[in-house]
Ligand binder design. Sequence first.
Ligand code: HEM
Length: 182
Amino acid sequence: MKGTILKCLHEMVRERYGEAKWDAIVVAAGAPSGTLYFPSQDVPEDVAMRVLASAAPVLRMSTGQVYDAFAAHWVDVYAPKIYRRFYEGATSAREFLLSLDRIHDVVTRSIEGATPPRFTYQWVDARTLRMTYRSERGLLDLFEALALALGRHFGEELRTRQIGRDVLEVIFPSEGPTELPR
Ligand code: HEM
């Protein structure tokens, strides 16, 4: 997995809980004390998943609480800074979610061996979107937390529901465009 996820986690933990907690997380994951990650770095899958999983016990939070805090930091602070171009012109969570597959494709296209999550779309009605999440990592809970954070970012109260292990249903507060942006 790209180091960008862990870099964002580090930023969030440092800002909310202090640098010592970050160090405790990497150590609990079996990495050396003082480990830092860089956005373009390729982090072995098992290490990345262990660091993600270590945050909850170290911070004495549930995994869901860690994902919510991570998602808020990613959507409101980290991604607007690092990936500003995707926020320019984006006006709604609906638009952003419809661009999500393209965003992950574009960001990782030039990175050899990258395996970003991919998304396909199915509208149930004008307010209800089913997104199929495809990733070996099985992070549907994280996907859901990020989708809800995106709604809050744009001031929209989204409702979500997981269907099985790879579908997230998103209900938007109002009707709007359903086409994928070009
Ligand atoms: C500007 C916005 C975004 C950019 C540039 C971006 C980019 C990335 C990148 C580079 C990764 C690591 C992929 C890899 O290592 O193979 C990633 C992972 C991920 N992204 Fe995004 N992302 C963005 C927003 C979002 C949003 C809003 C969601 C969900 C609503 C989302 C869902 C995920 C998930 C669930 C992962 C974890 C990896 C996985 O499940 O396989 N992303 N993203």
